[in-house]
Design a protein around this ligand. Structure first.
Ligand code: CO
Length: 186
């Protein structure tokens, strides 16, 4: 099942998410639906709050970047209850976008490596260091489960420039090639 993507302006995107319990019976379905949703919208990552689920989990598919760099080997997997242990390496800027904030792209600086502990889909504990575009996508998705969006990392000046666009998105006045759900205060 493809979930609609929650748009900028939805309070679910601003909440800190809750731990995923290993006895969550819906988890297998949520994971498979989220992969389907990410693929349908051609995303390189998707965090649970983006589909209205307030849980600490996200998935990535950085294999999309293999075509830009033949030496790069991407990852496609889910991360449950991830914790960033440390971010190291030099900061580098990359123009990021987000399925919840369509048509907005801005340079964001992030550290080159991220050390992450997490659980896989079988709740097996893992700790790994990621780099390149995989680290970048993990850092972006990790922000989501903390209620942070990539536009929070840009300068106040740049945010001012996109303010009108953000308001349009929040109101649903945008054309998108995938299914979205816009927040209504009613
Ligand atoms: Co995003």
């Amino acid at each position: 099942m493809i979930y609609p993507i929650r748009a900028y302006g939805d309070p679910v995107l601003r909440k800190e998410c809750e731990e995923v319990s290993s006895d969550n019976e819906k988890l297998k379905d949520i994971i498979s639906n989220m992969f389907e949703t990410m693929d349908a919208s051609r995303g390189v990552g998707l965090a649970a709050p983006q589909v209205g689920i307030n849980l600490r989990m996200f998935m990535i598919d950085s294999t999309h970047f293999e075509k830009d760099d033949l030496d790069f080997k991407g990852r496609r997997q889910v991360f449950i209850n991830p914790e960033i242990i440390e971010e190291t390496g030099e900061e580098w800027a990359f123009e990021e976008g987000c399925l919840s904030i369509p048509d907005v792209r801005e340079d964001v600086s992030r550290n080159a490596q991220v050390k992450l502990s997490y659980q896989d889909e079988n709740f097996k504990d893992k700790t790994e260091i990621f780099d390149g575009m995989t680290a970048r996508v993990i850092q972006h998705e990790y922000d989501h489960i903390e209620g942070v969006l990539f536009i929070d990392h840009i300068s106040a000046f740049k945010r001012k420039l996109i303010k009108g666009k953000l308001n349009q998105i929040a109101k649903g006045k945008i054309k998108v090639g995938y299914r979205m759900k816009f927040y209504s205060k009613k």
